[in-house]
Write a protein that binds this ligand. Structure first.
Ligand SMILES: [Zn+2]
Ligand SMILES: [Zn+2]
Length: 407
């Protein structure tokens, strides 16, 4: 076939999609447990939302956005990240006070595709809006840490930094600018350009990592308020048992971060170099988007990369397969209905086949047990066979659910 998915996009099919479903379900659950409501915003926005909200000097805005004019001549952009749209929605709704929301969905960036770096990629994220308090930062960081750990990512570590705020950052940027100016000739061509626009972004450049290793850190220029905030965040992380280390070079790719910035890394794969996600505080973002000041902190996690970082557990599609002898298809469908009503993941074949073919299908779907509906049905019974050890029993059909839970 000549029609193929566009470069840098993936089709996620079973059985691989089972781990995706597990990760996305776990995300919804965890966000709810921590008190985050659901928010859904458009996948495309007016281009300005991102050019202002992400920052004109960012690599994302300069090189990676999918921007197009619609038939009405408006410039629209497929969202390259989640935060700017959520804050735009908060402002548009005239929302007040604290709003804690989570989201998930595809994001789009025109990048050179490689493993874990796709042009359409999937993020889950959350935003804690309306609170300037360090407890909010710590909660967000902790939630992401717990999520990745319980998802099975080995050795999750948080890399943490503080970028200062409007009071102390300008002075730091000047210190950094002159430090980098002295080494301009050592920087790559891109970074020489970035240096004029936004010196902090040079710290982000992979090519220039060696040159900037000894660059001054924003942490050394923090004002008293930023220092106190950073100390409180760390106190809470220690109390919560979150493993973190300070990374004075961590700046994140987006312009709107203030104070706390963080990333998550795991030991699997190349994830030591490639963050699984991250986030930070963005107290200046709402004003950049034309609203009143609204403090906020949030995170986003890349599901594509997390999938590559968790063990591949060969998740089963179902728990129970319902098979039947030649004359008992109608009864088997009744049995299947009862199992599904009890919330048991169960399935059968769409047409009548031999028992052998039905057991083969059960195996392929990863079922733990096969319920065989045969002539025992007359006395209200079915045969249950475990697929791991081959043992089988004849039991009353209304006891199936209980039996499955205990076997
Ligand atoms: Zn560079
Ligand atoms: Zn400060």
């Amino acid at each position: 076939m000549s029609l193929r998915a566009p470069k840098g996009t993936d089709d996620i099919l079973p059985p691989a999609s089972r781990v995706w479903r597990r990760l996305l379900n776990a995300w919804e659950q965890m966000a709810e447990v921590y008190g985050y409501d659901l928010i859904m915003v458009p996948i495309f926005e007016m281009t300005e939302v991102f050019s202002r909200g992400v920052g004109e000097s960012s690599e994302v805005v300069q090189k990676q956005m999918y921007t197009f004019d619609d038939k009405g001549g408006r410039s629209l952009t497929l969202r390259p990240e989640g935060t700017a749209g959520v804050v735009r929605a908060f402002l548009q709704a005239g929302a007040q006070g604290v709003m804690k929301v989570s989201y998930s969905g595809p994001m789009f960036r025109y990048e050179r595709p490689q493993a874990g770096r796709r042009r359409q990629f999937y993020q889950v994220g959350l935003e804690y809006l309306g609170s300037p308090e360090p407890d909010a930062d710590a909660e967000v960081i902790e939630l992401g840490y717990r999520y990745l750990t319980s998802a099975g990512v080995p050795d999750v570590t948080v890399r943490l930094n503080s970028l200062g705020d409007a009071a102390c950052r300008p002075a730091y940027v000047e210190i950094l600018r002159s430090w980098l100016e002295d080494r301009r000739s050592l920087l790559c061509a891109d970074s020489q350009q970035t240096l004029d626009l936004n010196p902090m972004r040079v710290l982000d450049c992979k090519i220039c990592a060696d040159v900037v290793a000894e660059a001054p850190s924003p942490v050394d220029s923090l004002c008293d308020a930023c220092q106190a905030h950073f100390a409180s965040v760390q106190e809470r992380l220690v109390a919560d048992g979150v493993r973190y280390l300070l990374d004075p070079r961590l700046v994140r790719g987006l312009d709107y971060y203030t104070r706390t910035a963080f990333e998550y890394v795991g030991s699997a794969l190349d994830s030591a170099q490639t963050a699984l996600g991250g986030g930070g505080r963005y107290d200046g973002l709402a004003e950049v988007l034309g609203g009143p000041p609204v403090p906020g902190v949030g995170l986003a996690l890349g599901i594509d990369r997390i999938v590559l970082s968790v063990p591949d557990p060969e998740l089963p599609a179902i728990d129970v397969f319902v098979a039947n002898t030649d004359t008992r298809r109608a009864e088997a469908l009744l049995m299947l209905g009862e199992l599904r009503s009890s919330g048991i993941r169960s399935d059968n074949l769409p047409d009548q086949r031999s028992l052998k073919a039905q057991f083969k299908a059960a195996d392929r779907r990863g079922a733990r047990a096969v319920v065989v509906v045969g002539d025992e049905w007359e006395t209200g019974q079915v045969v249950v066979k475990r697929l791991d050890d081959g043992s089988q029993e004849t039991i009353a059909r209304e006891e199936i659910a209980t039996w499955l839970k205990s076997h």
